[in-house]
Design a binder for this molecule. Structure first.
Ligand code: PLP
Length: 340
């Protein structure tokens, strides 16, 4: 048994998802003819109560399109220093949209309205104009942390007052929704644009949705084509996304429960210095200073438990829909048996 906890992107489609893919109502989506893609976009938008949506190959593309369509270089984007849009998208904010980035130090990836307000540049020709605020919920690098709806509402108000676009990188937004006391509609009311990954915890093989107003999504179609993301008979993969949205949201709570179990196990182990609080499906732990991180990873891998380095002394484990209770039991055995 190989247990792969490197990411929630490693899942493979189940038989029912494959059947849904096989029965896709395909057409050329660049001509707007793919019914499966059209249905996925309409359904995704309706889940959040937003006007429209566009299906893209990746979450990087949906984030980058969102930034591109609602910015006007020269200008500045404000985000947490741990944000995926900044750290893991290859410098796309500058390259694709020509914006400067102002990085703030939040609480495990979460910003407050107060912090953002202080970061907005005054109307002075020396400074790039503050144009765009991006939040991440859950925050990957923060350890799967969740925003409170109240804070999001305050930031919304601030963005409205200061005429800033408010974007959510919701690659794992359903993990947040399942764990918190708000709904997709609640979030849809707050943000101008939301990016949602279908290929993370939801278990589809490919794809992300960008949600927004009809006008925004019309602009997004132009940029998606420019970025090379116009796909033809994409209905096959869109059906997997639709299946994921219809079947795999509520079960995310199982991933969260298993992640908590892993966190609890790690807390008692001699080679573990600290475990970040477990909020959703991400477990981050720090190994003791004198221990070589790669040695631990190799010992885990030798017992068929895969994880990734997440910082100088940090390891990340991500639970997902192919991680069963049987695998949880085995993982706990493996982690406990390691001695170094
Ligand atoms: C995975 C991820 C993305 C998008 O990644 P792709 O691999 O391009 O689909 C964006 N934001 C966060 C927080 C992510 O974890």
């Amino acid at each position: 048994m190989i247990i792969d906890l490197r990411s929630d992107t490693v899942t493979v489609p189940c038989a029912n998802m494959k059947e849904a893919m096989f029965n896709a109502k395909i057409g050329d989506d660049v001509f707007g003819d793919d019914q499966s893609v059209n249905q996925l976009e309409a359904y995704g938008a309706s889940l959040f109560g937003m006007e429209d949506a566009i299906y893209c190959p990746s979450g990087t593309m949906t984030n980058q399109i969102a930034i591109k369509i609602n910015s006007n270089a020269p200008g500045e984007l404000i985000c947490d220093e741990l944000s995926h849009v900044y750290k893991y998208e290859g410098g796309g904010i500058g390259f694709n949209s020509g914006l400067a980035t102002k990085l703030l130090q939040g609480n495990c990836g979460r910003l407050t309205a107060q912090q953002i307000e202080k970061a907005i540049n005054p109307d002075d020709i020396h400074f790039p104009e503050s144009q765009f605020v991006s939040l991440e919920n859950t925050c990957n690098k923060g350890g799967g942390t969740i925003y409170e709806l109240e804070e999001i509402k305050k930031i919304r108000q601030l963005c409205t007052n200061k005429n800033l676009t408010f974007h959510l990188d919701g690659a794992r937004v359903f993990n947040a929704i399942v764990a918190a006391n708000y709904s997709a509609h609640d979030l849809g009311q707050q943000f101008d644009t939301i990016s949602v990954c279908l290929s993370k915890g939801l278990g589809a093989p490919v794809g992300s949705l960008l949600l927004g107003t009809k006008q925004d999504i019309k602009k997004a179609r132009r940029i998606r084509k420019l970025f090379g993301g116009g796909m033809r008979q994409a209905g096959f993969i869109a059906e997997a996304g639709m299946y994921a949205l219809k079947n795999n949201i509520n079960r995310l709570s199982e991933d969260h429960a298993r992640a908590k179990e892993l966190g609890k196990t790690l807390e008692g182990l001699s080679y573990v210095k600290a475990v970040l609080p477990v909020y959703t499906n991400i477990v981050v732990f720090e190994v003791e200073d004198h221990i070589d991180l790669n040695e631990i990873l190799n010992l885990m891998a030798a017992k068929n438990l895969k994880a990734v380095a997440f910082g100088p002394q940090q390891i990340r484990l991500v639970t997902h829909l192919n991680f069963t209770d049987e695998m949880l039991t085995e993982s706990i055995k493996i982690l406990t048996s390691i001695s170094i």
